[in-house]
Design a protein around this ligand. Structure first.
Ligand code: NDP
Length: 281
């Protein structure tokens, strides 16, 4: 029988570090690390996420600016808002909520966020820097999964990691982070054959698919670490990709859903805002 990784405890440790960082900046007379979010329209999921973000920011003594623009906002108007935030010295991190209305090109918007304020790593310049192995802001979900792996296992040199899911916000950036740690990384996706045999052979399995309870015990083997990024709604409950009760019977360490990757993502976002505040001119 393995262990469920206590991600909430890990998040609490990082939160203490963030509070201490904010206090130190205050003592030095520097500005409060501040996140600005931009919501276009009123997507319910985004609104719920923003509420929890605001609570976390307040509890950490960080600043938060919530901009809500009408759904009819044009691409030019949104770009102008981002340019204003880019040049606002009291804003250190910028996040535009997705999904955006169809008439707005999300890629153009992501690319407009100044890379020093791009705390969710959506600007392709940050993706390129990550690819080159340089310092970059990384999408928070990928960074959260990476943080959990590192805090649980320490050195992962030579470990075999299988990441199932190759999206730009999870699978690909996570692969770059793990490669930089000298892991041997395999990317799997919807066209991968014999997936269960591939995941069973890994030391670390990351499930980032979005199919609830897809990964049953046959996907795992003893001694493994299993990170479940999946968050889907099933019968009114947030459900991961991994059948946790089965995985924990076989593997050594498993994250749960809820209480796993999602339990540290906002904290990692706030940590990025703190890092961005150190970049201010
Ligand atoms: P995407 O839909 O962008 O990517 C899903 C990936 O899974 C694709 O690469 C796809 O392959 C692959 N896939 C689909 N079906 C299968 C299958 N049967 N076998 C193997 N691979 C398959 O999702 P995201 O990366 O955006 O999100 C993944 C999950 O993570 C979702 O549940 C999402 O809700 C969750 N998530 C959680 C967050 C958190 O904070 N905890 C934040 C962000 C996401 P292909 O490329 O071939 O289509």
């Amino acid at each position: 029988m393995g262990n469920i990784i206590n991600v909430k405890e890990l998040a609490a440790k990082y939160k203490e570090e963030i509070k201490a960082f904010a206090l130190q900046r205050e003592k030095e007379g520097k500005s409060v690390p501040t996140l600005a979010t931009v919501l276009v329209g009123d997507d319910e999921g985004s609104k719920y996420y923003l509420q929890s973000q605001t609570k976390v920011a307040q509890s950490l003594n960080l600043g938060k600016v919530n901009l809500q623009l009408p759904a009819e906002t044009t691409e030019e108007e949104l770009l102008a808002t981002i340019h204003d935030l880019n040049s606002d010295r009291n804003v250190h991190g910028i996040m535009v909520l997705f999904p955006l209305p169809k008439h707005i090109d999300g890629k153009k918007i992501s690319a407009a966020i100044a890379r020093e304020k791009d705390i969710d790593g959506v600007n392709p310049v940050n993706a390129g820097l990550l690819f080159m192995g340089d310092r970059a802001f990384v999408p928070c979900t990928a960074k959260s999964a990476h943080t959990i792996i590192k805090e649980t296992l320490g050195d992962i040199t030579g470990k075999n990691v299988v990441i199932v899911g190759r999206s730009n916000i999870v699978g690909k950036p996570l692969a770059m982070l793990l490669l930089a740690d000298n892991a041997t990384v395999t990317m799997a996706h919807s066209r991968t054959k014999n997936l269960a045999a591939i995941t069973r052979a890994a030391d670390i399995v990351v499930a980032a698919v979005g199919r609830p309870n897809m990964f049953t015990s046959e996907y795992f083997s003893p001694g493994q670490t299993v990170i479940d990024v999946g968050t889907s709604e099933l019968d009114g409950k947030i459900t991961g990709d991994v059948k946790t009760d089965e995985a924990v019977e076989v593997a050594e360490y498993v994250t749960s859903v809820p209480g796993g990757v999602g339990a540290i993502t906002t904290t990692i976002l706030m940590k990025n805002v703190c890092e961005a505040s150190e970049l201010e001119q």
